[in-house]
Design a protein around this ligand. Structure first.
Ligand code: FEO
Ligand code: CA
Ligand code: CA
Length: 611
């Protein structure tokens, strides 16, 4: 069971929210912070078999002595021999991008079929300045630019193979597939056909076009891939300044203006909310994809709710029901759980398990317990389960769920019922309500005002049963900078100058029960972030609290996405948006090449297993 007696005792400090708030706001937080976890630097008993990597600001991937890495795949690499190699002058065309790996690889999973390896990877978004770096504006200017940026989103499915120790893409594999913002997909589950999903192009509300901004991922034991739609909102805009946005569109961050300059609303009417106000309701879901059937239709599983999905961590409860944990990555939004009605049967037909079940939002109490509140019409005052699945944020607000510091990836311990979630940061904590007006008080698992470094919360369901509606929680780590701060922003006791980081984001457990932590933090390496260097990946020992840095990424990147080879001898890691601010990165090509998001493979020099 999770919280060991010392943790629990120390965490009683949080039971009095007033005290914890006073301490945090006043900055006199050392007592709490120091006791957030037991001592975590017990090198004598360390389970880590490597020397920690020091922070740096180099434009490369740095791994520990005894490990090596190589590039497997990059944005723009063609998946078929009729594609064209990446052209740094044009940065590709619509046609070439449709036959090539998308941009900004994020969550991923490796599947096996007859001894072959099929990697599915999300292409979350594009770096406009880079992909349109051939345009003076650094933005899409032509219809083909729009086609290109849409094609660079979505999911890439590719067979990969290892030869002479190096992994690479199998060009023309029958498994290779691109799923983009144009790919036809089905809408399934409770919201299928609901009036809020009906549009001129799809009067039945049953068929969507495309997926975009797929951030983290999930995978199911029946062999499918889950792509999670996150910041789907920023692609919509209004051509009519007098258009009155319904409250729900505002809650979901659908703006009147094209804030990032994607230009999709200008070039493709379905992204124009003045003309098609229901179109945004058809995005923000989890999409289930069969990676071994390139002709299969992806399915938007509305039963899992609609919000800015980060990832989907799926476990099978003792009953056989499927339990999916999911975060909504927005300041002051919520953490969710889905429990299927049907039971998982190994080798059986599990294809529609994600279409019916119960959806819950988490409420954390300061006494270190919490509960899952079911989102039903009775509890939320909403008209139907379909409406709850579309306006999930509104439903969770109605039941008083706990506003969180941007829930990112959730990861379930492989050997016990214990779940971890990265709460990446939240500058509005204690200062501003969320977009629904829900207060965001300092306290509970979100204990620092204007939280700039993030933390990882963990919880254990009562009785070790993922279906239990009650749980106990504590904080695994509070990230911070002890070289700059002495207060709460120094971080918890298991953070020191040698392992500090900010904004935990990607989380994944390896088969040994160690937690891999990837960061999407501020990489300016000064003031609050002095000494932290580029974004990184660390490994945490859940039992001792020890955290050790394993990898540092290139400049201006985020490290996101993990997958292990079947023999556990290769760890695939995503390097997303190197050089996103322009100029300082040429990863992975070096010289003066265009920086390209990449998937890298990490192996041990001695050929041993990694996790
Ligand atoms: Fe796409 Fe919440 O990170
Ligand atoms: Ca993320
Ligand atoms: Ca993030």
């Amino acid at each position: 069971m999770m919280p060991r007696p010392p943790d629990r005792t120390e965490f009683q400090i949080l039971a009095d929210r007033a005290i914890s708030r006073r301490r945090f706001v006043a900055g006199g937080t050392a007592a709490f912070v120091a006791s957030a976890l037991p001592p975590g630097t017990a090198t004598a008993s360390s389970r880590f078999e490597f020397e920690p990597v020091a922070t740096n600001t180099r434009d490369t991937v740095t791994v520990p002595t005894g490990y090596r890495w190589h590039v497997v795949a990059r944005w723009g690499d063609p998946l078929w021999s009729d594609g064209v190699p990446f052209d740094p002058q044009t940065r590709g065309t619509g046609a070439s991008q449709e036959r090539a790996i998308g941009d900004n690889n994020d969550g991923m999973a490796l599947f096996r079929s007859g001894g072959r390896n099929i990697l599915a990877v999300n292409n979350e978004y594009v770096n406009l300045d880079i992909i349109c770096g051939n345009r003076a504006s650094g933005k899409p200017e032509t219809a083909d630019d729009l086609r290109k940026t849409k094609a660079a989103h979505g999911v890439s499915v590719m067979e990969i193979a290892q030869a002479n120790g190096r992994w690479g893409v199998v060009t023309d594999s029958p498994f290779n597939r691109r799923i983009t913002a144009e790919t036809p997909m089905a809408i399934t589950g409770p919201a299928r056909g609901h009036a809020l999903l009906r549009t001129e192009a799809d009067p039945g509300g049953i068929r969507a076009k495309g997926t975009w901004n797929n951030c983290g991922n999930g995978r199911t034991p029946w062999g499918t891939y889950l792509a999670c739609e996150e910041n789907f909102n920023v692609y919509f805009a209004s051509s009519d300044d007098s258009f009155e946005r319904p409250a729900a569109l505002k809650r979901y961050g659908i703006h009147m203006k094209d804030r990032y300059g994607y230009g999709w609303a200008r070039g493709d009417e379905r992204f124009d909310i003045a003309k098609h106000p229901n179109e945004p309701n058809r995005a923000g879901y989890i999409v289930e994809i069969d990676p071994l059937r390139p002709d299969s239709t992806p399915k938007k599983r509305t039963a899992l709710g609609r919000f800015k999905h980060e990832n989907a961590e799926l476990v099978i409860a003792e009953s056989g029901r499927v339990v999916v944990y999911m975060g909504d990555d927005e300041r002051g939004e919520f953490l969710y759980r889905f429990v299927s009605d049907g039971l998982y049967v190994e080798g059986g037909d599990n294809s529609d398990l994600l279409d019916s079940g119960r959806l819950f939002a988490a409420k954390f109490d300061d006494d270190m317990t919490g509960r899952w509140i079911e989102l039903t019409p009775a509890a939320t005052g909403m008209n139907s389960q379909a409406e709850i699945c579309i306006h999930t944020r509104l439903a969770a607000s109605a039941v008083g769920a706990t506003t969180m510091d941007r829930p990112e990836w959730v990861a379930a311990h492989p050997k016990k019922a214990e779940i971890y979630c990265a709460l990446t940061n939240n500058k509005h904590r204690g200062k501003k309500p969320n977009k629904g007006g829900d207060p965001t008080p300092v306290g509970g698992p979100n204990p620092r005002e204007a939280n700039r470094y993030g933390q990882i919360v963990r919880w254990a369901p009562d009785g070790g049963d993922h279906e239990s509606d009650r749980f106990r929680w504590n904080l695994y780590v509070l990230a911070g900078n002890p070289a700059v701060h002495l207060d709460a922003y120094a971080g918890s006791k298991n953070i020191d100058a040698g392992n500090m980081f900010s904004s935990p984001d990607g989380l994944a457990f390896d088969s040994n029960g160690l937690l891999w932590i990837q960061t999407d933090g501020n990489y300016k390496n000064k003031s609050d972030f002095a000494g932290m260097g580029n974004n990184q990946m660390l490994i945490g020992n859940p039992e001792t609290g020890e955290i050790r840095r394993f990898l540092v990424g290139p400049r201006e990147c985020e490290v996101t996405g993990t997958a292990w080879s079947a023999d556990r001898k290769t760890l695939f890691v995503g390097i997303q948006h190197p050089g996103e601010r322009g100029g300082s990165s040429h990863f992975p090509g070096g010289g003066d090449t265009v920086p390209r998001s990449s998937i890298v493979a990490i192996t041990r020099d001695d050929g041993g297993e990694i996790g």
